[in-house]
Design a protein around this ligand. Structure first.
Ligand code: CP
Length: 302
């Protein structure tokens, strides 16, 4: 993985995912190690973020590295009309690794083609969010003891939810059965379903959340991505399609865990937060260890 970019979850193999998860386990036991003290990581966020940016920055800081970057492109020379190409080529001169979130699908791939340091895609529009995927795999393996042969439900905005796209593609390597719950307008794109069909795996589609709860090992809730809708009225129609509450989890499997990439809007009532099934805040913490592992592998120090 040394010196490679991570733009799509397909850029790494199943064996490489597992290697990252194994290294992340080491960091979970010992997150403070001064192994990046000669490295500079740039975080360029052209879209808002709490978890992804701050967990990357926390990960670097805990490993003794330095962080430069911006959390608001309007404070950079993008505001004066500088192109993405020129921004990336410039920041690559100042850093060893660039973590970038951008609203345009394909922007991370483009950045990886013009940069002379590796690019980690921290989310490109509705396309992919591969580091969220890796921390989700870590969370699934940690709570279920395995990644294979699980029943996994993805609920909510499966059309625009980039975390879902990356997760589905990665999980086709592990013989999972997929349960997709969404409004008709927000079904999983055919291009993502194609990965499931290519592996001859099973998937089922629903509009009613209650149908999947007794069956699944992982209930992966997602936010309806308001910022991706061109017509606000279309968002209004679907915005509260699924709201998980405590009572709805009656009859779920004993091992069920509720995941959510966060931020949540209304998808999970706060009465779920104290249940043993709620795992979303621990999931966000796991992001630090997984991002430490990923950066250490790409920078060649692990
Ligand atoms: N899960 C996730 O990407 O969260 P942020 O948008 O807060 O980074």
């Amino acid at each position: 993985m040394k010196n490679r970019s991570l733009v799509s979850i397909n850029d790494f193999s199943k064996e490489e995912y597992i290697k990252i998860l194994d290294i992340a386990e080491e960091f979970e036991k010992q997150p403070k190690q001064k192994i990046l003290d000669s490295y500079v990581v740039a975080t360029l966020f052209f879209e808002p973020s709490t978890r992804t940016r701050l967990s990357f920055e926390s990960a670097v800081n805990q490993l003794g590295g330095s962080v430069i970057g911006f959390s608001d492109a309007s404070s950079s020379s993008v505001k004066k009309g500088e192109s993405l190409k020129d921004t990336i080529k410039t920041v690559a001169n100042y850093s060893d690794l660039i973590v970038m979130r951008h609203p345009l699908e394909g922007s991370a791939r483009f950045a990886s083609e013009v940069s002379n340091v590796p690019i980690i895609n921290a989310g490109d529009g509705a396309n992919q969010h591969p580091t969220q995927c890796l921390l989700d795999l870590y969370s699934i393996r940690k709570t279920q003891g395995k990644l294979d042969d699980l029943h996994i439900a993805f609920v909510g905005d499966l059309k625009y939810g980039r975390t879902v796209h990356s997760n589905v593609i990665a999980l086709t390597n592990f013989n999972c059965t997929f349960h997709f719950v969404s409004p008709t307008e927000l079904k999983l794109p055919s291009a993502v379903k194609r990965h499931i069909k290519d592996k001859n795996l099973k998937y089922y589609q629903y509009t009613d959340l209650s149908e999947v709860i007794p069956t699944v090992d992982i209930l992966y809730m997602t936010r309806i991505q308001r910022e991706r809708f061109s017509d606000p009225m279309d968002y209004e129609k679907v915005k509260n399609s699924y709201i998980l509450n405590k009572e709805m989890l009656n009859g779920c499997k004993d091992n069920l865990k509720v995941l959510h990439p966060l931020p949540r809007v209304n998808e999970i009532n706060e009465d779920v937060d104290d249940m043993k099934e709620a795992y979303y805040f621990q999931q966000a913490l796991n992001g630090v260890y997984v991002r430490q592992a990923l950066m250490a592998a790409i920078l060649g120090v692990k």
